[in-house]
Design a protein around this ligand. Sequence first.
Ligand SMILES: [Zn+2]
Length: 145
Amino acid sequence: MEFKDFALSINQTKVARFAKDLAEGKIMATLCRRCGRRYYPPRADCPDCMAGEMEWKPIRGEGKLVTFTKIYVPPEHFVVRQPLMPFSSVQFEPCPIGILEVEDGLRIMGWMPKVDGKKIRIGMKLKASPQILPDGKVTIILETV
Ligand SMILES: [Zn+2]
């Protein structure tokens, strides 16, 4: 059997609704019905108590920035600003990416296109929300509250 036969698309998994909910503006976590532990990104089964009964719960998305970095050569669909110099290998403004700690200690990674790169600080309050990019892909952005 060739490797291509093992390709697994997210729409074939038990957490397929995650992407659909994001596109509808909701960031979802799963809650284990047996032990009560919450998971983000959502998990189909609880690794703590091995239960498979999970409940889907929305995350409000407000929290504090735990860490961040800046990507100098971001993925193509993250590039919304014009190149600084045509045909240069370093032509994009750095793309800040952060990790936000929200309710129950859940951590959400997101892109920060609207936050001034010079004003990003650990501990600052931000809100995570889904955004549909011009190419139709869905991502999570972190914005000031
Ligand atoms: Zn559990």
